[in-house]
Design a protein around this ligand. Structure first.
Ligand SMILES: [Ca+2]
Length: 625
């Protein structure tokens, strides 16, 4: 359906020329647009930037003058800007419209976002592209792999913070987590409604938004940056969130394995169908699928039982920070089992998307919120095992079949989604749109400025340390090096070693089952129970201390020689220049983006409510007195 045959759009007399409107200056288009917008975006890269501008232009017009789009053929429009801070700005737009401009609405892409809890960079395709020999040889993710092959696979995607809530605060806001106020911590998080979030911006721009399961939590109110539960679709059930537990129960009740799995798939499928059915057919949609099954806990032995993942097949492939022993291998196989279930869930929703006829016009993005839970160097660590995540993107406008080496930080997704929808990215967003990479034809490093990311961490579990203090860290990650600064090396990085000496020693069972028993920034797990249980054995004591002991202020790793970050070279004079350069770059980025950790010795993060007992706990304590 042809829509715009000619468009002339310009701004004159920009007395103040505020930056957010500068794009309108002296813009003149003489474009024969005879196709839908997504196809138009598929053309050469310069055409893409024109499209973005075009869409932004229409957004401004649409916002200011709803009647404009009701007219046909020719529109003259002047003095549209009502906002007082724009001074004497005069906008003149002349549009020649052939057909109904409302049709623009239907041409914006849908956004289908798959976001797993605690899923790091473990997918079979990474074994193919990074080389065999590691644990990714054993994981199986055919659906993720297919999307990544059709689209773009990112080899260097990192979360901004390896902890559920701060990671999600940064992703949803498109800003570094330290810019999200009380969203920057896990326990005690509160969402500040004045922070723009991409789902609500899309909703305001006419998208049909919805979500199933976890978006932003733990925090108050849950899923706040997605509009709370107003856009929730999970009436059909959420048993998928405890996949191995529920499938095991169904099998024990006599149901065959495949039927048991299908029973849980039908819940996620029907929730998605409900979401699609609730949409006005002319509206694009934005859906978030956020099951929590990859988060602990899992049924011991379920990797093998439900997914035929043999723990022994991991032998000899484990990275050095994971003890290559049966207990840990089985735990990892169970984790990979939940990842296989997650991947199957992706397949279920994509099949439904195909049935809806919307696949061609849907941007598909798949990732996770940090590394493996309850394993050394995983979740809650700034090592690659903690911050590295899978990322695959396909859809209209994406030049597929490529593997890219650009460093991506998950806050980059918010401006990416907004740009896809033609919505202006708010100036406060520090993330950078991935579209220059997605529409490029290059593989490897596409954008030469994307050679590093910055990560960090403040509070995770509030009472992991007895004084309720956080463990502040910031890091810069490049292809060659990882530099971590531990701002308070006097503290225990993963929590105080409660009850490991004295007369009330924690049992292995308690450590395996209850996170807060000891070293509370590490989730309770069979691996944690095993390794902490071995803390006094001559063979494993050094490993225990490596995983959970105190760390120096500076950690520097040479990733070319030491990809698993086993040897800290921060004090090696041979690395002095590299260390100084990385520290300078890191500090400059923190300073540029207003990280409160650099102000008054981190006072903002060191005082309530960012540290100290939770309000509820404080109340309970007062009552007990
Ligand atoms: Ca998580």
């Amino acid at each position: 359906m042809p829509m715009f045959e000619y468009l002339d759009f310009r701004v004159v007399d920009l007395a103040k020329d505020p930056p957010r409107h500068r794009i309108f200056s002296k813009i003149h288009y003489d474009l024969q647009l005879t196709r839908y917008f997504p196809e138009f975006r598929n053309e050469a890269s310069t055409e893409h930037s024109k499209l973005v501008t075009l869409r932004r232009s229409f957004k401004v017009l649409n916002h200011e003058t709803s009647h404009v789009f009701g007219l046909k053929h020719c529109i003259f429009y002047g003095n549209t800007m009502r906002s007082s801070n724009l001074g004497s700005l005069l906008l003149i737009a002349i549009l020649f419209i052939n057909g109904h401009a409302e049709a623009v609405e239907a041409k914006r892409p849908n956004i289908l976002f798959f976001f797993a809890d605690d899923w790091g960079r473990y997918a079979s395709i990474y074994s193919e592209v990074n080389g065999k020999g590691g644990i990714n040889d054993v994981v199986r993710t055919p659906n993720f792999d297919r999307v990544a092959k059709q689209g773009v696979l990112f080899r260097h995607a990192h979360v901004n913070a390896p902890s559920c809530t701060p990671c999600r605060s940064s992703l949803l806001s498109g800003q570094y987590f330290w810019r999200t106020g009380q969203g920057a911590i896990l326990q005690g998080a509160v969402w500040d409604k004045s922070i723009p979030s991409y789902p609500l911006l899309l909703r305001d721009a006419g998208y049909h938004i919805g979500k199933s399961y976890k978006v932003w939590s733990p925090g108050t109110p849950p899923d706040a940056p997605y509009g709370g539960q107003e856009h929730s679709y999970q009436k059909r059930g959420g048993r998928f969130n405890q996949f191995s537990e529920n499938v095991t129960k169904l099998i024990e009740s006599g149901k065959p394995l495949d039927d048991s799995k299908e029973e849980l798939y039908s819940e996620i499928r029907d929730n998605f169908k409900d979401f699609l059915a609730a949409r006005d057919s002319d509206k694009p949609f934005c859906y978030w699928f956020g099951p929590t099954n990859v988060h602990r806990s899992w049924i011991k032995g379920s990797g093998k039982k439900l997914w035929q993942i043999d723990p022994d097949s991991l032998q000899g492939k484990m990275p050095p920070f994971l003890p290559d022993v049966p207990e840990v291998r089985e735990d990892l196989a169970d984790y990979f089992g939940e990842i296989a279930a997650w991947d199957a869930g992706i397949g279920v929703l994509l099949a439904e998307l195909d049935k809806s006829g919307q696949r061609e016009n849907t941007l598909i993005v798949i990732s996770g919120d940090h590394g493996a839970p309850g394993f050394p160097h995983g979740k809650c660590n700034l090592y690659g095992f903690g911050t590295g995540v899978s990322l695959g993107i396909s859809g209209p406008g994406v030049v597929g079949g490529r593997v890219v080496d650009d460093f991506v930080n998950l806050p980059d997704l918010a401006p990416t989604f907004l740009e896809a929808a033609g919505v202006n990215t708010p100036q406060v967003m520090t993330g950078r749109s991935l579209w220059p990479i997605l529409k490029s034809e290059k593989s490897g490093l596409v954008d030469e400025t994307r050679t590093w990311v910055v990560t960090g961490r403040e509070r995770h579990v509030e009472d992991a340390r007895s004084d309720y203090s956080p463990y502040p860290q910031r890091a810069i990650h490049t292809a060659e090096n990882l530099l971590i600064i531990n701002f308070r090396p006097d503290r225990w990085p993963l929590g105080d070693p409660y009850r490991l000496v004295g007369d009330n020693i924690a049992t292995v069972e308690e450590i395996t089952k209850t996170t807060r028993t000891t070293i509370a920034d590490v989730d309770a797990s069979p691996t944690k129970g095993w390794l902490v249980g071995k803390r006094n054995s001559p063979m494993w004591k050094p490993h225990f201390e490596w995983a959970f002991g105190k760390r120096p202020k500076y950690e520097l790793y040479d990733l070319k020689k030491d990809p698993h970050e086993t040897k800290n070279v921060a004090d090696d004079p041979a690395y002095a220049t590299i260390k100084a350069d990385l520290e300078k770059r890191l500090m400059s980025e923190l300073s540029r983006t207003g990280d409160p950790r650099l102000v008054d010795d981190g006072k903002f993060f060191e005082t309530p409510p960012m540290s100290g007992p939770l309000v509820d706990n404080a109340k309970k304590k007062a009552q007990n007195k």
